[in-house]
Ligand binder design. Structure first.
Ligand code: APR
Length: 233
């Protein structure tokens, strides 16, 4: 690619972690790990059945910690960032820690982190590698029922939005990787990048909802397309 890009924003979704063994969300049967999203990933679900919601995230956490590793796409992004002299912002919708483990530094996990829990009262965050329960007393207020997964549920505001909008407003290259473009605000980031004149690229297994609106698109597995595209920059 002839032009040299200075300010790069990358958005990743479930597709980048698929080849590490983590299922994407929108399988053909419309279920997410055998649950309806509204039963496990909304504030109302947590209020209605905290046991079920804790169990659901305990299972996801145990699975993530049981041998799941970053793949060539996570590693290529971290390597590219380390060698890039301009701005590089990696925004992920994923709650796994595979970008962190691959070595990405300027990372904004906008939908939260599976390996953290949060006090509902104080907002304080705690690292979490063990199962949690509604009975567990919170380390900061010592009350049970106050700890919740540090995950953004449907109907809640994504995290780091100011920093993300700031990075998008200055970017000259926007790359969307492994996301279907169903969930806003992330699904609209390419428009914000376009509005400031950035070159927009989609790397995905198949065209996303907005695939035809990107300036450039490469379709194939992330472990192939991401290293190849970054190499071409
Ligand atoms: N390489 C590249 N892309 C892939 C691969 C792969 N190996 N496997 C699947 N994909 C693509 C799919 O074609 C699909 O377009 O990844 C995309 C995954 O889409 P979704 O399952 O909808 O995941 P995502 O876009 O990250 O979901 C957004 O929805 O449920 C919420 O909060 C959750 O962060 C999540 C948000």
């Amino acid at each position: 690619m002839a032009k040299e890009f200075r300010n790069i924003v990358v958005l990743t979704g479930a597709g980048i972690s698929a080849e590490s063994g983590i299922k994407t969300f929108r399988d053909a049967d419309g279920l997410w790990e055998n649950h309806h999203v509204e039963d496990v990933a909304t504030p109302e679900a947590f209020q209605r059945d905290p046991q079920l919601v804790h169990r659901f995230y305990n299972e996801r956490r145990a699975y993530l910690l049981d041998g799941i590793e970053p793949n060539a796409a996570h590693r290529a992004l971290a390597k590219f960032e380390a060698g890039h002299t301009g701005q590089f912002t990696l925004v992920t919708q994923n709650i796994d820690d595979l970008h962190q483990r691959a070595g990405s530094r300027n990372l904004l996990p906008m939908h939260g982190e599976l390996l953290k829990i949060r006090c509902k009262r104080s907002g304080q965050l705690f690292d979490c590698h063990e199962p949690t329960s509604p009975e567990q007393p919170c380390p900061c207020c010592n009350q049970s029922g106050n700890l919740r997964p540090h995950v953004v549920w449907f109907g809640e505001m994504p995290l780091h939005m100011d920093e993300i909008e700031d990075a998008l407003s200055q970017c000259d290259l926007f790359i969307s990787i492994g996301t279907s473009g169903n969930v806003y605000p992330a699904a609209g980031f390419y428009q914000m990048a376009k509005a400031v004149g950035a070159h927009t690229v989609e790397l995905n297994l198949e065209p996303s909802n907005h695939g035809s609106r990107f300036d450039d698109a490469r379709y194939g597995p992330a472990t192939v397309e991401v290293p190849a595209f970054l190499q071409s920059l």
